[in-house]
Design a protein around this ligand. Structure first.
Ligand SMILES: [Zn+2]
Length: 88
């Protein structure tokens, strides 16, 4: 689950803003997104390239990171694997 946030409208506390500035992510709230059977912790991540995104922990080890960057890394890996498969 991910949702882009408009930095101008999203309401964050001073503490959350500080954490975003220092570590690039902060706990936002417990929410129950559509399709989820239970409440899940939502985080706000700040990315230099993609801005603010609200995410639930995802991927290996339930990491919290910029989902757009994750997608790029993933598609690069897939492309590289396809190239390797072709060259052998
Ligand atoms: Zn990003």
């Amino acid at each position: 689950m991910r949702q882009h946030l408009d930095p101008g409208t999203v309401k964050l506390t001073i503490r959350q803003r500080l954490e975003l500035a220092l570590v690039g992510q902060t706990f936002f709230a417990m929410e129950k997104p559509p399709g989820y059977s239970d409440y899940t912790p939502m985080y706000v991540v700040k990315c230099k390239r993609h801005g603010l995104t609200k995410v639930s922990p995802h991927g290996f080890y339930d990491m919290v990171g910029c989902p757009e960057c994750d997608d790029e890394i993933h598609s690069q890996l897939v492309r590289r694997m396809a190239q390797n498969a072709n060259s052998t």
